[in-house]
Design a protein around this ligand. Structure first.
Ligand SMILES: NC(=O)C1=CN([C@@H]2O[C@H](COP(=O)(O)OP(=O)(O)OC[C@H]3O[C@@H](n4cnc5c(N)ncnc54)[C@H](O)[C@@H]3O)[C@@H](O)[C@H]2O)C=CC1
Ligand SMILES: CC(=O)C(=O)O
Length: 368
């Protein structure tokens, strides 16, 4: 199969879908890899390393798009890339369709087979979301702490406190991968940390992991509102896989939050878990609503592309090789691979996406 990889064109996105090591693995498995010149530079991987690994390095993204059977990326294609969509093209990337009706329509209209990293479920985990959630969770603390500084519009609180002065209070809504990694850094900094989750099982696991260094709370509207009132930093880290994020932080809560407190809504890629969330970019990541600073960057790991590209491609390679080497009929009989297929033959084949837009859902097994 012809596999492609192009430079990411989302603002300030420096990750890349393939490293030289992953190119080598595809080539060894008998595939041809077409790689856009310079696409790896932002992550510290030069063209000659891709060439040595066996890639065919070409000047234009359009050549890659037009040549390949399967495109491996990091972020969702942008509008200027829709012209390359065609029937049967396999797209293997983050898609976050439940937050993007336009892209969903383009993929179905052009009959693209859309494999979404973020919905691939294996042994009860989301292995292609996990590495970037680990990065984003840790970054959420870093960015939140920065946003709390007074010149960023924050209330001027140092999360660790100093002797004789109260520590900052970090409230994490959603105790999955992002929440856990945010908590690790917050605890390390010495902040007061509260994690809310609606899964009692998960709360018990967090209690086992962190012991007395955090407080776990069951997530209800009432508890979220109360905790937001006292927080210096709120981190939105909830997920219902493949579906639009629930709006847990109501706009009405903001007026009762401390002026200059900060919300880092990591769940922005699924539409965000605050009603006041709108997506931002690394070059201008924050805005203020009712005195509360909002940080809502949809590609946070893009800020640390070297770490992120390696972590992401470590996870995507094995499943990518499977997609490239198996027939669609074989993939459709593999429940792990089916969990990633969001669009196929002009239909939405992931229920959470269909529900988000009140559009018809088709069980992929009916499309064989
Ligand atoms: N902005 C960015 O750059 C990035 C965003 N993300 C996003 O971060 C979000 C979280 O991802 P993960 O931690 O990997 O997901 P996860 O599935 O590991 O954790 C989500 C947690 O949210 C909990 N949850 C669901 N509904 C809840 C509610 N009503 N109240 C409290 N908790 C609730 C679940 O029980 C689960 O523990 C996702 O939307 C993901 O796409 C991930 C990486 C990068
Ligand atoms: C998860 C995701 O969308 C990202 O890493 O950018």
């Amino acid at each position: 199969m012809k596999i492609g990889c192009v430079k990411e064109i989302k603002k300030h996105e420096y990750r890349v879908g393939l490293t030289p090591a992953s190119v080598q693995a595809y080539v060894q498995a008998g595939h041809e890899v077409y790689f856009e010149k310079g696409a790896g530079v932002g992550s510290g991987f030069m063209d000659d390393a891709y060439q040595e690994a066996g890639a065919i390095v070409v000047d234009q993204a359009s050549t890659v798009w037009e040549t390949v059977d399967m495109m491996t990326k990091v972020k969702e294609p942008l509008a200027s890339e829709y012209k390359y969509f065609r029937e049967g093209l396999i797209l293997y990337t983050y898609l976050h369709l439940a937050a993007n009706e336009e892209l969903t329509d383009e993929l179905t209209k052009k009959k693209v087979t859309g494999f979404a990293y973020e919905t691939l479920m294996d042994a009860g985990e989301l292995p292609l979301l996990k590495p970037m959630s680990e990065v984003a969770g840790r970054l959420a603390l870093q960015e939140g702490a920065k946003s709390l500084e007074v010149h960023s519009g924050g209330r001027g609180v140092l999360l660790s406190g100093v002797p004789g002065v109260q520590k900052g209070k970090v409230v994490i809504i959603g105790g999955g991968v992002v929440g856990t990694h945010a908590a690790k850094v917050a605890v390390g900094l010495g902040a007061d940390v509260i994690i809310l989750d609606k899964s009692i099982r998960r709360l018990a696991q967090l209690d086992d992991i962190f012991g007395n260094s955090i407080q776990t709370l069951y997530s209800t509207d009432h508890e979220i509102e109360e905790q937001c009132k006292q927080a210096d930093l709120v981190i939105g880290a909830v997920l219902i896989p493949g579906a639009a994020a629930p709006k847990l932080i109501k706009k009405s809560y903001l007026a009762n939050m401390q002026p200059g407190s900060v919300i880092v809504d990591v769940a922005v890629d699924q539409g965000g878990c605050a009603e006041s969330t709108k997506a931002t970019y690394h070059d201008d990541p924050t805005y203020v609503v009712d005195g509360v600073v909002h940080y809502c960057v949809g590609n946070m790991p893009g800020a640390v592309p070297r770490t992120s590209t390696i972590a992401l491609t470590n996870a995507t390679l094995a499943y990518g090789l499977k997609i490239a080497s198996a027939s669609m009929e074989e993939l459709i009989h593999d429940p792990v691979m089916v969990s990633a297929i969001n669009t196929y033959k002009g239909h939405i084949t992931f229920e959470g996406v269909a529900t988000a837009f009140d559009k018809p859902y088709k069980d992929i097994k009916d499309l064989i």
